[in-house]
Design a protein around this ligand. Structure first.
Ligand code: KIV
Length: 263
């Protein structure tokens, strides 16, 4: 049996030759399936707001909703390292950040992730001081979607480029074990990755990060109403589900037609 994945184990994958494959999971069966498929890093992302709860963005997700889904995912007892997002406005002060990180750990998370760099450094230090592994999240920050009026690529301007470098350095120094880079221009993501002592895990940030993370619903096509441009789905599960349900519905509604030879 393979050993349990730890935050230290993920950090040690930096420069090890094998890239980190990470996916989101929000419940027991998906966590178990992805774990059985050998994914080492699973995240109960606040993207659950859109792909599970039907919200327009992540800003409406609450701590209670995160705890509920973390509990469900943790019941799979994955070998993978299982983390959770600190939702919008749950990490405003160091005290609040540490208290809410503890709540997610009590629900079953083995690390927490929060959006921001230097702006939340006190919060990151408080989480790390509480003994909770921390993963950073830089670039496009979905919790700022309303403030910024959309999901915009980061790193195109020189100030954004310099901010990303400074934020990444600050997070690593504060004790983060990894950093998600979301929608960062590939050359800047490559530079952050080259300079960072901890792994970068990209999403829509080009091929040169130390790992890649996707929202599992985007990868499998179970949320067909929106797929980010950078995702190439591996499956069109929604189509297959519709077709399967349609076949079953027909068999219920006209059982004699189903019984015909060749059906
Ligand atoms: O909320 C989320 O699922 C995330 C990942 C996509 C990185 O933050």
């Amino acid at each position: 049996m393979k050993a349990k994945v730890t935050a230290e184990g993920i950090r040690a994958m930096k420069g090890g030759g094998k890239k980190i494959a990470a996916l989101t999971a929000y419940d027991f069966p998906m966590t178990r399936l992805l774990d059985e498929a050998g994914i080492p890093l699973l995240l109960v992302g606040d993207s659950l707001g859109m792909v599970v709860l039907g919200y327009p963005d992540t800003t409406l997700v609450t701590m209670e909703e995160m705890e509920h889904h973390v509990r469900a995912a943790a019941r799979a007892h994955p070998r993978a390292l299982l983390g959770a997002d600190l939702p919008f406005h749950s990490c405003e002060t160091p005290e609040q950040a540490a208290a809410n990180a503890r709540r997610l750990v009590q629900a079953g998370a083995e690390f927490v992730k929060a959006e921001g760099g230097l702006a939340i450094l006190g919060q990151v230090r408080a989480i790390v001081a509480a003994g909770i592994p921390f993963c950073g999240h830089l670039g496009m920050l979905p919790q700022r979607v309303r403030e910024e009026g959309g999901y915009h690529v980061k790193g195109r301007s020189e100030p954004e480029h310099q901010t990303l470098l400074a934020d990444a350095e600050a997070l690593a120094t504060a004790g983060a074990f990894a950093i998600v880079l979301e929608l960062v221009t590939p050359p800047v993501a490559r530079e952050v990755t080259r300079r960072s002592p901890i792994p970068t895990i990209g999403i829509g940030s080009g091929p040169d990060c130390d790992g890649q993370i996707l929202v599992t619903h985007d990868l499998l096509g179970t949320f067909p109403w929106f797929t980010p441009k950078f995702v190439k789905p591996e499956l069109n599960a929604a189509e297959q589900m519709r077709a399967a349900v349609h076949r079953w519905k027909s068999s219920v509604e006209s059982p004699e037609a189903e019984a015909l030879p060749g059906r």
